[in-house]
Write a protein that binds this ligand. Structure first.
Ligand SMILES: [Zn+2]
Length: 381
C-alpha cells in the first residue's frame, strides 16, 4: 500500500508546484458604504486610488481601476464574493494612471463591459495611459530598482531624506509589493473609451440616479469628474478630495472643494483615503487651500521673489491637522502639497522635491502623481 501512496503524494506535490499559486487578497479592504455601494480601498492610500462598485439588478457600475493590474484583479475577486452580476460599465473620474491602469483588466474579465469617460480625459488616456499600460513591465522594473536602491541606502535618492519610522516601513512595504507585482505581472491591453460625454451624464442604475458631473474649476486635473447619487447624498469625489494629505492641486481647488461642500453630502468617497461620513475633512481642505491662496496672492502683490515667498509660506497648524505629526504623512505633505505647487502653479513646474511619492518614469507616481514635474508632463490636460 505504502508503495502506491507515495508516488501519488509525489505526483500531487509536482502538480501543486505547477499549478499557479493562489494570490493572497491583501492589498485592498472591502467596505460596504451603503445598501448597494462598496469601496475596495487600498491599504496604502497615497499611490493607489479607491475603486467603487455600485450594484443594481442589471449589473455593476465600477468607478476607477487602480494603478496596478494586480490591484484591479484583487478588486474583481472581492467583487465576485459580493455578487455574481457582471460589471457592465467602468467609469474613470479622471485620466491619471492610478485611476485608469486597470481598465484592461476589467475588459478582459468582463468583455461586455463598456468604458465611460468625460471628453477631457480622452487625450490623457490615449497618450499617457496607453503608454503606461503597454510599458507596464518596464515601469515595474524601474519602480523596483528605485525602491531597492533607496531601501539599501536608507534614504531617498532625490532629496536624501533619511528613512526612519513610518517612512522606513512604507518604503520596505513598497519594495515587497513591487517584487510581488513583478512576479504576478502579465500583459494587459489598453482599452479606448466607448462612451464619451461633455458636461454631465445622468444614468438610472437600479433604484439609484448616477450623475456624472464635470467639475470645471480645474482643481486637480483638467477633467475632474464626480459621481453624485442624490438618493443617498453620496459623493464619489475623485481626486478633488484626497486623504490623509491632499494631492497636487491647481488654483481652482478652493472653488471646487467649496462646491462639493455646498452639495452637503452624507457620504464622501475620496479619490484616495478613507470614506468620510461628515464634512469635516472637506472643511479642513477648504481652510488649507484658501489660506495658501491668500498668502500666495499677498506674496505676488508684494512682488516677493518666488523662491523666497515659497520658503516663507508655512502654516504649521494646518500641516499638523493633516499629518498628526506622523513622519510618513509629513513627508507626503511636504512632497506634494501646496503652498508651493498651488501657489505658483505652472511657474514652479519642475522644481518639486521628488521622492517615492513621485515617479518620473511613468508620468504618474506610486504614492503621488502630483508633483511639479508631473504638472509639467501633464500640460494641456
Ligand atoms: Zn489619484
Amino acid at each position: 500500500m505504502m508503495i502506491r501512496i507515495i508516488p501519488a503524494l509525489l505526483l500531487a506535490t509536482v502538480l501543486a508546484d505547477r499549478a499557479p499559486r493562489a494570490v493572497e487578497d491583501k492589498y485592498l479592504e472591502t467596505i460596504k458604504v451603503s445598501e448597494n455601494v462598496y469601496v475596495f480601498k487600498p491599504k496604502i492610500d497615497w499611490a493607489h486610488g479607491n475603486g467603487v462598485a455600485i450594484l443594481a439588478p442589471e449589473g455593476v457600475f465600477f468607478i476607477d481601476t487602480y494603478l496596478q493590474f494586480n490591484y484591479a484583479e484583487e478588486a474583481i475577486r472581492r467583487l465576485k464574493k459580493i455578487t455574481k452580476l457582471p460589471v457592465k460599465y467602468v467609469f474613470n473620474t479622471h485620466s491619471h494612471n492610478d485611476h485608469t491602469s486597470g481598465n484592461g483588466v476589467f475588459r478582459r474579465i468582463y468583455p461586455e463591459s463598456r468604458l465611460i469617460v468625460n471628453e477631457a480625459s480622452v487625450v490623457g488616456l490615449e497618450g499617457r495611459v496607453k503608454a503606461k499600460v503597454e510599458g507596464e513591465k518596464a515601469f515595474i522594473d524601474g519602480e523596483l530598482a528605485q525602491a531597492d536602491t533607496e531601501v539599501k541606502l536608507g534614504k531617498t535618492i532625490r532629496g536624501g531624506t533619511v528613512l526612519t519610522g513610518t517612512m522606513k516601513e512604507y518604503w520596505e512595504l513598497s519594495l515587497r509589493e513591487a517584487r510581488e507585482y513583478r512576479q504576478q505581472y502579465r500583459p494587459e491591453k489598453y482599452v479606448s473609451p466607448d462612451i464619451v460625454f461633455g458636461d454631465t451624464l445622468v444614468m438610472r442604475w437600479g433604484n439609484l440616479t448616477l450623475k456624472m458631473i464635470h467639475m470645471r474649476d480645474d482643481g486637480h486635473s483638467r477633467a475632474d469628474m464626480i459621481v453624485w447619487i442624490p438618493e443617498q447624498r453620496l459623493l464619489v469625489a475623485g481626486d478633488l478630495v484626497v486623504a490623509p494629505t491632499p494631492y497636487y492641486s491647481l488654483p481652482g481647488i478652493t472653488k471646487a472643494v467649496r462646491a462639493l461642500i455646498a452639495m452637503n453630502p452624507a457620504i464622501i468617497i475620496p479619490g484616495h483615503g478613507p470614506v468620510e461620513y461628515d464634512l469635516s475633512y472637506m472643511q479642513l481642505l477648504e481652510r488649507a487651500f484658501s489660506t495658501y491662496q491668500r498668502a500666495a496672492e499677498a506674496a505676488v502683490a508684494a512682488r516677493i521673489p518666488e523662491r523666497r515667498a515659497m520658503d516663507s509660506i508655512a502654516f504649521r497648524d494646518i500641516d499638523r491637522a493633516f499629518t498628526g505629526g506622523d513622519g510618513l504623512a509629513s513627508d507626503a505633505f511636504r512632497s506634494i502639497v501646496a503652498p508651493r505647487q498651488l501657489t505658483f502653479g505652472c511657474a514652479v513646474r519642475g522644481r518639486g522635491r521628488r521622492g517615492r511619492f513621485i515617479s518620473g518614469r511613468s508620468g504618474e507616481g506610486r504614492r503621488d502623481h502630483a508633483g511639479g514635474n508631473q504638472n509639467g508632463r501633464r500640460g494641456g490636460e
